[in-house]
Write a protein that binds this ligand. Structure first.
Ligand code: LFR
Length: 478
């Protein structure tokens, strides 16, 4: 076995990255090639992604990756879920909408009018999120003009290769895949008025999508294959969770905290529906049985508001040092309150929730940040307990991966509130998962997910946070 190199494009809600991954001979590492900020842009018809800039950054990053490492053998792309671009005659019809655009509420009403949510859940197994793609398609008039709808990683793969395909892990977040068979639910699409011609052929992670179009091969420097990975970022992240026990829970924590378990069978109970637990498709046909908790979004949006107020930058790590030093009790609020979903003045909205609950709003920014971190941790712990009850698995450890794993205050608070050890890292789980699935495809041999995870565990040591018990201060924070 020798070391092989691949390029991973990993697009989060606030920044994108291109990385070189090197795997083989016991080695698994990443080299950051480029990191670029991106986010929402307000247009006349609502909130969008600046897709043109995003795509340009991806191309530049790939060209730089090949310059640095000419031995790169393939490209894999992952991003946030649910959002899409519409194609007609090979052209992108319009800039993709951002899932935080508030227009989707109408789509929810119309879809549930045709298919009540309990029936929908038995078909697609998906938690209710107002931005699930099927609600967006329902009210997007441009769908009628489109011949294909492609989720963001599939859209980029199409622009790179000319091949239209839907990678299955991300396709499951549309709400239009059957939870049991992982195929398009054509009957469901038809009932809610989505033309089935827009649904492209499905591919599994590891499959070849196509080769770079000649003009892009020239720009990037080589003809390379684009390989399907777990193109939903959370699916890639879960590949690289070094699960240390069959009863381990995971939290993939970036903008969102995706909290749950990996299962081989769905849990389509009424209790799971009521708890709003999802069955997103994982790599190798696993189920990501999880619930979305609002994650670092609450902190990043607060920092953005404070920066606007000060007209100067606010250092998040300094803020967290201050938050860790707060020794008095801080109030908790519901991190998943829908009022916190849209971009905007986050501190005011959080303060309104705290006031509504009859508590005093923290006076300093440090105490305010502590309140946010404790509230996220409380939601994480509660969701782990629910996942355990619903699945019948006695969770014994929590793996926390992604950007949140660097936040020691959050990791400790999660351990304390869950009463379980938290194993933090790797921080770049998503890019590692992307790289590992490409590597496995290149090797062309059967390698179990567990072996991939063993390689992560051997190369990326975790940081352990044991619950500090008893912690009366924390237990009584209300
Ligand atoms: C995380 C994530 C979540 C999805 C949300 C919106 O980046 O992909 O899994 O629910 O973004 O797409």
């Amino acid at each position: 076995m020798s070391v092989r190199a691949v390029a991973a494009v990993d697009l989060g809600a606030t920044s994108g990255r291109v990385m070189i991954g090197r795997v083989g001979d016991g080695r698994l590492d990443l080299e950051l090639v480029s990191r670029f900020p991106h986010g929402s842009v307000e247009r006349a018809d609502g909130l969008h992604w600046d897709f043109g800039a995003l795509y340009e950054n991806v191309l530049e990053g790939l060209a730089e990756a090949v310059r640095r490492e000419p031995a790169i053998e393939s490209i894999g792309i992952d991003s946030w879920a649910v959002d899409y671009g519409l194609i007609a005659g090979g052209e992108l019809l319009a800039e993709p909408f951002h899932y935080r655009d508030e227009r989707t509420a109408r789509g929810v009403g119309e879809v549930h009018g045709s298919i009540p949510f309990p029936e929908l859940y038995t078909r697609n197994g998906l938690q209710f999120l107002p931005f699930n793609t099927l609600y967006q398609y329902r009210i997007d008039e441009r769908v009628a003009d489109a011949d294909t709808a492609l989720l963001i990683p599939d859209l980029i793969a199409f622009l790179l290769t000319g091949v239209r395909a839907a990678e299955r892990t991300n396709a499951s977040t549309t709400g239009l895949l059957g939870v049991g068979d992982g195929e398009w639910d054509v009957d469901l699409a038809t009932r809610i008025g989505i033309p089935t011609r827009v649904l492209p052929p499905l591919l599994d992670p590891g499959a070849l999508i196509g080769s770079l179009r000649p003009e892009l091969a020239e720009r990037i420097g080589r003809t390379l294959p684009v390989v399907a990975v777990g193109s939903h970022d959370t699916a890639s992240a879960v590949v690289a969770v070094p699960l240390s026990s069959p009863s381990a829970a995971y939290i993939s924590c970036g903008t969102w905290g995706l909290v749950g378990l990996e299962l081989t069978e769905p849990v389509l109970t009424e209790a799971a529906r009521e708890a709003n637990f999802t069955h997103e498709r994982g790599v190798d046909g696993r189920y990501r049985f999880l619930h979305n908790v609002t994650g670092l979004w609450l902190l990043s949006e607060s920092v953005r508001a404070w920066e606007a107020e000060d007209g100067a930058s606010v250092d998040l790590s300094e803020l967290l040092v201050g938050a860790s030093a707060v020794s008095h009790q801080v109030p908790l609020f519901d991190a998943n309150d829908p009022s916190l979903s849209a971009p905007g003045d986050m501190p005011s909205r959080i303060a309104a929730l705290i006031r509504e609950a009859g508590a005093a709003v923290p006076a300093s920014r440090a105490a305010f940040a502590r309140s946010i971190v404790e509230s996220i941790a409380a939601a994480f712990a509660e969701t782990v307990r629910t996942a355990s009850t619903l699945s019948g698995r006695e969770v014994d450890v929590i793996h926390l991966v992604g950007g949140g794993s660097l936040n020691a205050l959050l990791c400790q608070a999660t351990a304390d509130r869950a009463g379980l050890p938290v194993l933090a890292g790797p921080v770049e789980a998503t890019a590692l998962g992307n790289v590992l699935v490409q590597w496995r495809a290149l090797e062309g041999v059967d390698i179990e997910l567990e072996e991939l995870r063993a390689l992560v565990a051997a190369t990326h040591p975790v940081r352990r946070f044991d619950p500090v018990t008893p912690d009366p201060g924390r237990m009584h924070i209300r």
